[in-house]
Design a protein around this ligand. Sequence first.
Ligand SMILES: [Ca+2]
Ligand SMILES: [Ca+2]
Ligand SMILES: [Ca+2]
Length: 449
Amino acid sequence: MENQEFFQSIQSELAGGTNTPEGFGESGIFSIDSETTAKTIAVEFWTTSYSTVTLKISSSSSAGMLEGSSGTVKLNSTSGQLMDNQSFTIAAEDNTSKSVVFSDVVYNSYSYDVELTGFIPLTQAFLVSSSTETLDVKLTPNMVDLDWLSFDNMSIAQEGTSSYARAGGTLVLNVPNEQNDNITQMLSLMQVKRVGLSSLVDVTPPIALSSWSKSEGSDNVTYTTLFSTANPLYLDHGPNEFQVMLTVNDESKTQSMGTVDYDACVDNSTMCLTLSWTDGLDPDLHSYYFPDWAYNEEITNGSFDNTSRGIRHWIYSNAANKKYSETGQVIQLQDGNTDNETEVQVWATDSQKVGNGTYLVYVEDVSETDVQNFTLVLSGPGTDNKTYGPYDLKDDDNNSTTEALNPQAVFFIQVDNNSIVRSDNITIGDNLSSTLMQWTGTLQNSVVE
Ligand SMILES: [Ca+2]
Ligand SMILES: [Ca+2]
Ligand SMILES: [Ca+2]
């Protein structure tokens, strides 16, 4: 081959440009003269490696990413120069994650900028050093401000005359117009509770604001969503206050939803004892309860004794004496101190029915004996309302009238099949018969703290 032809053939190969270069090299310099038939050329050559980089974009919120929202990914060199960029849109199937792929990325250090509507933009440095790289990009949704949230139309509805109520209302979110484009979801925890009851009912609103009602005002975009307790909350005798608690972004607010009054004595499965009086201070209503002492057992069982009568529970309005420990159920107590109030005990310790066994109910006048015209009403299944009194505890210095003993035993009650089958009145001024008192024990006075 003529030298000229050889050179031309090299040239034509080099000029072709059909082969994709696999790297950058540096050639040695050579010359061809008439003596040259072959030439060895040393070329120092270094390869450049390319990677396929996948950004797997997801949300830190369980709601994922909303269909239809759009974003961009920018790849920047370490000096901040834009190397590549792509736009993307979240389709329905991308809810949990969206992959954005860059191919032919030269091994090197980079940073990415990821932006997606509704989320805080994220910038992160990364290194490309293998043929495929997958980067987990977890975006955090833009948070709403707790101050943008308020409640409206809150209500508590008792279910008939039952001891249950549901609570509900409207949660209102006012997003300032300038923020609205970048708020698409709200991560929150919202619960309803009845004050004094530890259980909470979840009413957390939907995360995606697209499922709230939306209206646009001049300054704000208003989103509203209704909430209501899926499970009813249990009511205690007397006033029951409900509260709603909302937590957003580690900040919380609690608001009263209102109060519903519940009369547990309307429920004919409960046994109710209601003490009222016209003058004097602070009578206390006491009950002894013997769950193992069955109806007429002390009469029919010849070997009845203090072992077979079982445990005695002493219930009155005192912190340590409110629980019936065997079922853990609270006896509903309404304490009264003055004659403007009443004192109530509601017994429903057997799955909200009055429990079987024996009860002794008595009234004490605490400190100075000044209570007058006290009346104790017994109501419950198996009995018409039974009224004891009015009687005085205060001595009227008149021998022709009889005052109550202090304490005064009032009703001896036995319950079978969740129904009151026996209710004996104890005569005013008399004690419980000694035959019964040997099993009940003496009447204890309130512990005055
Ligand atoms: Ca009292
Ligand atoms: Ca008194
Ligand atoms: Ca008298």
